[in-house]
Each structure stands twice: as C-alpha cells, then as structure tokens.
Design a protein around this ligand. Structure first.
Ligand code: NAD
Ligand code: UGA
Length: 451
C-alpha cells in the first residue's frame, strides 16, 4: 500500500531536478521536497538569490517554496532525508558514454548507478524510486539490481517518470504539461506518484504505461522532435538552390492538422543537452537489439544536423575568404531564454570560424563567456562583448545563432559594421527588408522574401 507521499527527495539539482522539484513543492504545500546534489557550488547557488539555472518564472516559484517545503542540500545531510523519504527521484545526468562498450552512443549510467547505491545505502522502509532522468529502455533493471543490495532491509518499487520540459519554457511546461508519463509494473506505486501530480495536473493528462514503454517513449519523443527539425533543415538547403522559401514551405506543411506547425522552424541546427545524446542512445539500442536499419534511420537525423551547422559556418568562411575579418556571433545559448549552451550551434560554429583563422566576438545576454570558452576548449581569437553594439563594431560578418528577442529588432543603421558586412541569420528572425535598407547583404536559412 502506497499512500500519497509526504516526503520526497530528488537526487540531482540540475536543469531538470531544480525546476521540477520547485514546481512540485510550490503546487503541493503538504509535501516536503528535498533536492540533493554532490556539487556543493550548485547547492549554494540554489540557496542564494543567484540561481544556477536561468528560466523565466523560476525565481518566483523558488522564492515561494524555499525554506517552507523546498530544501536544497549536499549529500551528507541528504542521506538523513533519504531515510525518511517515501519517494525518491533520480534526476542526474545521463550523458553519452565516452569509453567502454557503446562509447560515443550508449548512455553513461554511472551517475544513475552511484545514486542508486546512495539510495540503497540510506533508504529505510518502503521507498518508491522514480527515474526522472532520461534512461535507455530497461535501465530500471540496473537500478533494481543495485537497490536489491540495500543495507537496511528496505523494499523498493521502481517507476519511470521521464520529464518533457523544454528549457526556456520549463516553468510553463511543468505547471501545465501536455502530459505526465508514469510507467510501472504495479498499480499501487503508479497511483502514489499520480496522486502527487493530480494536485495540479488534470487526471486525463496523466498517462500510465508499462515501465519499458515509458523509458522508450521519452527517447522516442525527443527523436521525433529532432527529426522534424532535421527534416525542415534538409528542405532549407533545397530551398536555397531553387528559390523556394523554407518558412513558406513550413507554413504550408504545418497547416495540415495531421502534421501541425510546431518544430518546423528551420535553423542553424538543433542544440541542447538531450536531442543528440538521446538519439545516439536510441541508435545504440537499435544496434544492440539487432535492428541496424532503424539505427541508420535515426543516425541520419544527427548527421543532417551536423551538416547544417557546418555548412552555415562554411558559408561565412567562404565569404570572408583571405580577408580574415572579424565575425560577431550573437547568441551562445542553444535557444533563447536559457543560460544553457550544451551542444549549442555556437560551440561548433565558433570553433570552426576560429580554426579558419577568423576572429570572433560574442554576445549573449545570459551565457557566461568564460564558462563557454572553457567548455569549448578555446582561448585564443575569441572575445566577449557586453552589448550587441560592441560585438558588431568593426565586424565583417554577423552570425545570429540564438533567437533571443533582443536580436530581432537590431537597428543595423546604428551599428559600426564594416560597409561590406554580411549578415548570416541562423534563426530567420531578422527583417530582411530592414537589413537590406541598412545596406547589408542577408543570408538566411532556406531563402526568404527580399533575399
Ligand atoms: P544537469 O547536468 O543539469 O544536472 C544533473 C545534476 O546531477 C548535476 O548537478 C550533478 O552534480 C548531479 N549528480 C550527478 N550524480 C550525482 C550523484 N550521484 N549524487 C548527487 N548528485 C549527482 O542535467 P539535467 O539537464 O538536469 O538533466 C538530467 C536528466 O534529465 C538527464 O537524463 C536529461 O537527459 C534529462 N532531461 C533533461 C532536460 C533538460 O531540459 N535539461 C529535459 C528533460 C529531461
Ligand atoms: C527538448 C524537448 O523539446 C523537451 O520536450 C525534452 O524534455 C528536452 O528536449 C529534453 O529531453 O532535454 P530542449 O532541448 O530544452 O527540449 O529545447 P527545444 O525547444 O526542444 O529545442 C531544442 C533545439 O531545437 C534548440 O536548439 C532549438 O533552437 C531547436 N529548434 C527547435 C529548431 O531549430 N527548430 C524548431 O522548430 C524547434
């Protein structure tokens, strides 16, 4: 019997664990929610006014719940909380493996394994363990095996409750999700977790499935979304050589109610910590389970995306040629409204421009430049600007890589670009007429009116 949980612990205070638990605590004042992380700096930031994650609306949610029924703490204190918890979320990172069996494709479950061990060591009584991280199908077997070695004679149930929030809209997505997915093997623990979500999510949006379907459905959902972006980006290249305009093509395709308009925005390529790693995980699973044709199909979604980023940078390099001018890169985040730059187009494109001997000046309203350069492994030839104006001063090319609102309405007549500068709009957000009348050449993705 699993009554509605009263004490929740979440292991992992990242982009998912932090916001998700903040919303649960906000919407369920009767539940005590503790978020635990081994990264002490991250925990300190969650307990400060400068949260480690930039998300519209997050500050207000955290301010309402923190210290009331939402707590952030390190592992030592967290171990105590684990002993009292009815429900424990695993929300740690599941990156692509870099070594061993499946390196370069399979998900690395070492963080999941170590926190399963942490749970096995400290949980008492009956505990529902919930996969919140994105896992390969059948990962729950690994978790169950580790939990079985627990120290205190406790009993466990494992559920899969993958998260579908998108960065930049995380709070909206969590407060009003399209669906909440709960996969499990027995109705009682599923019902216990559903009772938490029902405190603010309409019951009809809570989908329950078997454990393996839930794990696979999460990978499948990301693969479908990424596949749409790669499909429209593949068409963007054809548009550029035929005179068709990709935004018009997307509007027509997306107005078919069977297809729908979302995720058809052509771009410099998708980024983010998950699309690539989750598709690679799917590719590995297909190969491992003997369906190489399906693996090749999904792999192509990634190949197309890599090509889209490369051909964007190649265009700039070709245009600037031997002049070796300066490129102003606007946007380091992988999309607007986040400070996350994992797998962002900027990471790849800055590297490619620098390798070609070009100078790069970057501007992003949220991404920390030093952290970005460290992650990219670049130190020379690149510098930060504090404003758009400063970034564009003396630039021979401008590359818009993130669709931040403030980039949409740049007044190029007020910028001191070199006279022959070209504007490369990797997000199709600039007004082609305005760029033209300011006297600059515009290269957008997939051709656009006034090109
Ligand atoms: P993240 O890297 O931002 O956060 C993970 C956190 O887990 C880190 O702070 C790390 O220190 C902590 N951690 C790792 N091992 C630990 C351990 N043993 N004990 C305590 N803390 C530990 O990752 P994220 O972006 O929050 O993603 C987490 C999971 O959620 C991934 O599986 C990801 O695929 C999935 N996901 C992410 C998003 C997203 O928008 N970022 C959306 C849906 C699902
Ligand atoms: C994505 C999914 O949308 C979430 O449902 C999922 O939970 C999450 O991955 C995850 O598992 O991590 P996220 O990566 O945060 O969310 O952001 P998206 O809005 O999906 O954008 C991903 C990338 O695709 C961005 O670089 C974005 O700019 C790009 N994109 C998106 C396009 O280029 N065109 C589009 O039409 C849509």
């Amino acid at each position: 019997m699993n009554p509605t949980p009263k004490k929740i612990v979440c292991i992992g205070a990242g982009y998912v664990g932090g916001p998700t638990m903040a919303v649960i605590a906000d919407r369920c004042p009767g539940i005590e929610v503790t978020v635990v992380d081994l990264n002490a700096a991250r925990i300190a930031a969650w307990n400060s006014d400068q949260l480690p994650v930039y998300e519209p609306g997050l500050d207000a949610v955290v301010r309402r719940a923190r210290g009331r029924n939402l707590f952030f703490m390190g592992q030592a204190e967290g171990a105590q909380k684990l002993a009292e918890a009815d429900l424990v979320f695993i929300s740690v990172n599941t990156p692509t493996k870099t070594e061993g069996e499946g390196a370069g494709k399979a998900s690395d479950l070492r963080y999941v394994e170590s926190c399963s061990q942490f749970i096995a060591d400290h949980a008492r009584g009956h505990t529902i363990v919930v996969e919140k991280s994105t896992m390969p199908v059948r990962a729950a077997d690994t978790i169950k095996r580790i939990l079985a070695k627990n120290l205190h004679g406790g009993t466990f149930e494992v559920l899969s409750n993958p998260e579908f929030l998108a960065e930049g809209t995380a709070i909206r997505d969590l407060e009003s999700p399209d669906r909440v997915l709960i996969g499990g093997e027995r109705p009682e623990p599923i019902e216990a977790l559903a009772a938490v979500y029902r405190q603010w999510v309409p019951a009809e949006r809570i989908i329950t499935t078997g454990l393996w379907s839930a794990e696979l459905a999460k990978l499948a959902a990301n693969a479908f979304l990424a596949q749409r972006v790669s499909s429209i980006n593949a068409l963007s290249a054809l548009c550029e050589v035929t005179g068709a305009q990709v935004d018009e093509v997307a509007r027509v395709v997306g107005s078919d109610s069977r297809i729908g308009p979302k995720f058809l925005k052509a771009s410099v390529g998708f980024g983010g910590s998950c699309f690539k790693k989750d598709i690679l995980s799917l590719v590995y699973l297909c190969e491992f389970h003997g369906v190489p044709e399906a693996a090749a199909y999904w792999q192509q979604v990634i190949e197309l995306n890599e090509w889209q980023k490369r051909r964007f940078a190649d265009q700039i390099i070709r245009q600037l040629g031997a002049s070796k001018g300066k490129v102003a890169v606007l946007g380091l985040a992988f999309k607007k409204d986040t400070n996350d730059f994992r797998e962002s187009a900027a990471l790849h494109i800055c590297g490619q421009l620098l390798a070609a001997g070009l100078e790069v000046t970057t501007y992003d309203p949220q991404v920390d430049f030093t952290t970005f350069c460290q992650a990219a492994g670049i130190s020379q030839g690149i510098q930060p600007a504090q404003t758009i104006q400063e970034a564009l001063a003396g630039a021979s090319a401008v590359a818009v890589l993130t669709e931040w609102e403030e980039f949409r309405c740049i007044d190029l007549t007020k910028m001191s670009l070199v006279a022959s500068a070209c504007i490369y709009d990797g997000r199709n957000i600039l007004d082609p007429g305005a760029v033209r009348s300011a006297g600059f050449q515009l290269h957008s993705i997939g051709g656009r009116a006034a090109d």
